[in-house]
Design a protein around this ligand. Structure first.
Ligand code: ATP
Length: 473
């Protein structure tokens, strides 16, 4: 397992991810995607979009981030979307009380105090009110990880929604929220999509978009940020069929992550012990990050909670009329709720490898390689002239210019060929094309595959089909 710092440092050095507003010292919990990061991000979203919407039963939408404030009353976010927060009086450090207890449980486990850890975990799962968390922290004498002291404030609930005002007057009547999840943009459009897309149940609505949560603690790079992107799909079904669809989507989503390149040995399903107010079944897909297991996607059976509440709060009927069976009901929903940026981080961690590889002289050296699924790689193909003379750059440049409109390509003439291969390995480029002396005689090039480092010699006019054959169109 490689250290998270190593991966963050590569991400910064090669232009994948930068701290937001870095020249001003950064803004906590916000990150910017650089030239390579944005390609990776777009490719990931494109793959999800294809997998989820290039089928008969799912439509896409792109709803606005600001929504009518009643949306968040109906969804339960105004009253319930909060985390329990606690401060240490000595260090002034602030924590999510449940996370503080979870980390303490982890420490107990590391010390093999398994029974005590299990009992505390069980109690934590039963905790609901701020006072429940407070009692556990006091009962177990949990110390502040920063100062080691135990002088805690009370635990209080902190609502995670960012508030702002619409229009010029900052009063209570003009409060709006930055959406904390993209799902509600789908629920409020259920009727619009049903009426316009000629769908019948079961069918789904998918969306990719930004979400904002004023997290108490942001940490672990992209894992917990205040601004992030989600890829969510709500699948509307007949009440009573949720078991079947929950199983179906669990399997589909697991397989998608494996197809994207995640190592299934570092993935697991984690059923929720404590169900959210809207769910009757819930499971997370977790990935083993360098800091431990963490959720990348939740699959939730949300019953008719959201549509029923929106119907009540809006006064608009959100029923489905099944004309074949002459029935009318509010559909149930099974949702797949994934984080784009969190999944990207999982894919980055999973792709990172350090290996021993031979140099041109035959000696061994360390090679850093991002073994992305080639469909995700920011650069698909790099083109090099072997040497910067004898007509090779001219041929190489022409090949590069021909490839560039079809694939994200890079042209590199600087340094020894081995160095150029290493530079591309480090950013995960699956194919490198080299133009050498023989190319000038017989119109062939070598094409090197990133993971095996093996080279094929192919005709220049075969490069495009060679790549398409390996990555799909
Ligand atoms: P957590 O328990 O980690 O706070 P959650 O259960 O609140 O997550 P959901 O509300 O189910 O998360 O959100 C769906 C997905 O959105 C998560 O699986 C995750 O990938 C992503 N996500 C949620 N919160 C954040 C965040 N603060 N930063 C980055 N991604 C997030």
């Amino acid at each position: 397992m490689y250290k998270l710092e190593t991966i963050i440092s590569l991400a910064k050095r090669r232009g994948f991810i930068f701290q937001s507003s870095e020249i001003y010292g950064g803004l906590n919990g916000c990150w910017d995607f650089g030239p390579l990061g944005v390609e990776l991000l777009r490719n990931l979203k494109e793959e999800w979009w294809r997998a989820m919407t290039y089928r008969d039963d799912i439509e896409g939408v792109d709803a606005s981030i600001l929504m009518h404030p009643k949306t968040w009353e109906a969804s339960g976010h105004v009253s319930q979307f909060s985390d329990p927060m606690i401060d240490n009086k000595t260090s002034k450090a602030r924590f999510r009380a449940d996370n503080l207890i979870e980390e303490y449980i982890e420490r107990l486990r590391k010390k093999n105090r398994t029974q005590q850890a299990d009992v505390l975990e069980h109690k934590l799962n039963l905790a609901k009110e701020p006072s429940d968390y407070y009692r556990l922290i006091i009962e177990y004498e949990i110390p502040d990880p920063v100062s080691g002291t135990k002088d805690w404030t009370e635990v209080r609930n902190f609502n995670l929604m960012f508030k702002t005002f619409i229009g010029p007057v900052e009063d209570n009547g003009s409060i709006v929220y930055l959406r904390p999840e993209s799902a509600q943009g789908i629920f409020v459009n259920f009727k619009n999509v049903l009426d316009t897309a000629r769908q019948k149940l079961p069918f789904g609505i998918a969306q990719i978009g930004k979400a904002f949560r004023n997290e108490i603690n942001t940490k672990n790079f992209l894992f917990r940020t205040r601004e992030f992107e989600q890829m969510e799909m709500q699948y509307f079904i007949k009440p009573g069929s949720e078991q079947e669809w929950f199983g179906y989507w669990k399997e589909q989503r697991w397989n998608w992550y494996v197809y994207m390149g995640l190592n299934p040995e570092k993935m697991r399903f984690k059923p929720h012990e404590k169900l959210a107010h809207y769910a009757n079944m819930a499971v997370d897909i977790e990935y083993l990050f360098p800091f431990g297991w963490g959720e990348i996607e939740g699959i939730h059976s949300r019953t008719d909670f959201d549509l029923r509440n929106h119907q009540e709060f809006s006064g608009k009927k959100l029923e489905y009329v099944d004309s074949v069976n002459n029935e009318r009901y509010i559909p149930y929903v099974v949702e797949t709720s994934g984080g784009v940026t969190r999944s990207l981080m999982a894919l980055l961690c999973d792709a990172y490898n350090e290996e021993d590889a031979p140099t041109e002289s035959g000696a061994m050296e360390k090679r850093v390689v991002l073994k992305f699924n080639p469909r995700l790689s920011p650069i698909t193909v790099a083109v090099f002239p072997l040497v910067n003379k004898e007509g090779m750059p001219e041929v190489a440049e022409k090949i590069y210019k021909d490839l560039h409109p079809k694939f994200k390509a890079q042209y590199d003439i600087s340094g020894a060929i081995g160095r150029r291969y290493r530079r591309q390995d480090e950013i995960g480029t699956p194919f490198c094309v080299t133009i050498d002396g023989q190319s000038l005689k017989d119109d062939t090039v070598t094409i090197r595959e990133r993971d095996s480092m093996l080279q094929d010699r192919i005709l220049i006019n075969e490069i495009e089909s060679y790549i398409y054959k390996r990555i799909g169109s």
